[in-house]
Design a protein. Structure first.
Ligand code: DLL
Length: 437
């Protein structure tokens, strides 16, 4: 196979040199972090008051883990390392409550992120002759703009299509001769169903590759998308706290995701003991970003469960590979690529006095896509045969949830005391989607 590399000198850098580069970049990040109110205090507690206090990569372990809640506590500017005038963009993602986790970027941060994205995209064999239809959400979500910038950096013709409206998506694929797609795996499967319904012939399309990520999926799902759409599917992993996509990506070997170790220091820990797992064992991924000035983050607990491949990759890249994410060590749900914490839903519904004491969140498959249903009891004294106020309440719950979690759920109202109660810990979430990872 002919492999292509965006930055061969870095992608194939010998490990010792790569680690020296990590150390140099870690020291720079420490310098940035000492300018943030959050880390100034945390680093000084660890006896780190200047970049020179970091002598080896092991010194990183002196800093305690950073969690999503820390970002919430530091909201909005506690993690910002530069004057606001130098910031050119922010992206944000769901927190466990209504407070989002917000990440800031300088002009150079965006350039670096685009470069990592270009590395990912080019490494799958794409070139400037490709037409790239980016069918993922643009906006505060990092998937849209992240891939958009990366595609432009490679020189592809980028169509900022965004998600939804499959008829329009097919029309664009035919009109512009799209060769590369990006979407969540569930949307790619949904697209195939709609293709059949719309009578669009695969031969009328020029598709070659698709990037699929932002939510977990199995090797079987990849194979199914590849067989149905007749494209090569590449897994793409990232999270908004680490810029977004571009953290780890598959190369043409399609055996694990190379994590860009000049941009991220990677640890895998046991989420209970917080100790490192043995090489090759599954645990929670912890990341330190080395490529962002405006919002440094050390030892960030991603909550994603994975393990390292222990063998080097046939492509010659020296950056280690991660197995696909097999789950999370917290209760975050990913519904059609959108992250939702049950606590966000609870916060919304429990603030309404018409809502009773018990509720259940149901997530299931509806065709290829995910469907969220919120079942909630109404307060005692509200009668189930009085439909007008019940319909109004349903609408209110739906709209308030849509505003808070960006998903419009189906809402079911139940009589007070009628939803099942479990002995012991309440079971608030029923996720019946197949777990075939
Ligand atoms: O999902 C960034 C992204 C956009 C990645 C487009 C890939 C493509 P967040 O919204 O912050 O950012 O969600 C991050 O999504 O911690 C994982 O739990 C999950 N996730 C992302 N990619 C994958 C993947 C974006 N390939 C959270 N496989 C992460 C499994 C994934 N889970």
């Amino acid at each position: 196979m002919d492999f292509q590399y965006w930055q061969p000198e870095i992608e194939k850098m010998p490990r010792a040199q790569l680690e020296a580069l990590q150390l140099q970049k870690l020291k720079e990040e420490i310098g940035f972090a000492l300018r943030t109110s959050f880390y100034k205090e945390r680093l000084s507690k660890a006896g780190i008051n200047s970049a020179d206090d970091i002598k080896t990569l092991d010194d990183l372990k002196r800093i305690s883990f950073t969690a999503k809640n820390d970002l919430r506590d530091g909201f909005p500017y506690g993690f910002l390392s530069i004057p606001k005038e130098e910031v050119i963009r922010l992206h944000s993602s769901s927190g466990t409550t209504g407070i989002p986790t917000t990440i800031y970027f300088t002009k150079d941060d965006i350039k670096r992120w685009s470069n990592y994205m270009a590395r990912c995209i080019y490494g799958t064999g794409c070139t400037k002759s490709d037409v790239f239809q980016n069918m993922i959400t643009y906006g505060l979500f990092t998937g849209g703009l992240g891939f958009h910038q990366g595609g432009e950096e490679v020189g592809m013709l980028v169509i900022p299509a965004g998600p939804g409206n499959t008829t329009r998506q097919f029309k664009m694929m035919q009109d512009y001769g799209t060769t590369v797609l990006h979407a969540t795996p569930s949307f790619l499967l949904h697209l195939e169903t709609k293709m059949k319904e719309a009578g669009v012939k695969r031969e009328s399309l020029s598709l070659k590759r698709a990037f699929a990520g932002a939510e977990p999926y199995s090797e079987d799902t990849r194979r199914r998308i590849e067989a149905l759409l007749k494209v090569d599917v590449y897994n793409s992993y990232g999270l908004s706290e680490m810029n977004g996509p571009g953290v780890a990506f598959e190369c043409q070997c399609k055996e694990g995701l190379h994590i860009w170790e000049d941009g991220y220091i990677t640890e895998i820990i046991n989420p209970d003991t917080l100790e490192p797992v043995k090489e090759g064992e599954t645990g929670e991924l912890v990341l330190t970003i080395l490529c962002r000035e405006a919002t440094p983050l050390f030892r960030y607990r991603t909550r994603d469960l994975t393990s390292f491949y222990t063998e080097p990759c046939k492509c010659g890249r020296t950056h280690r590979r991660l197995h696909r994410i097999t789950g999370r060590s917290d209760d975050m749900l990913i519904i059609n690529g959108v992250n939702v914490f049950p606590s966000q839903i609870e916060e919304v519904i429990m603030s309404m006095k018409e809502v009773g004491n018990n509720y259940l969140i149901v997530v299931e498959k509806d065709g290829a896509l995910d469907r969220l249903t919120v079942k909630t009891e109404v307060s005692a004294g509200i009668f189930m045969d009085d439909t007008r106020p019940l319909n109004a309440l349903k609408e209110k719950i739906k709209e308030t949830l849509q505003a808070s979690i960006s998903i419009s759920p189906k809402v079911e109202l139940h009589e007070s005391g009628s939803l099942p109660v479990t002995e012991g810990k309440a079971v608030r979430v029923k996720d019946t989607r197949p777990k075939d990872v």
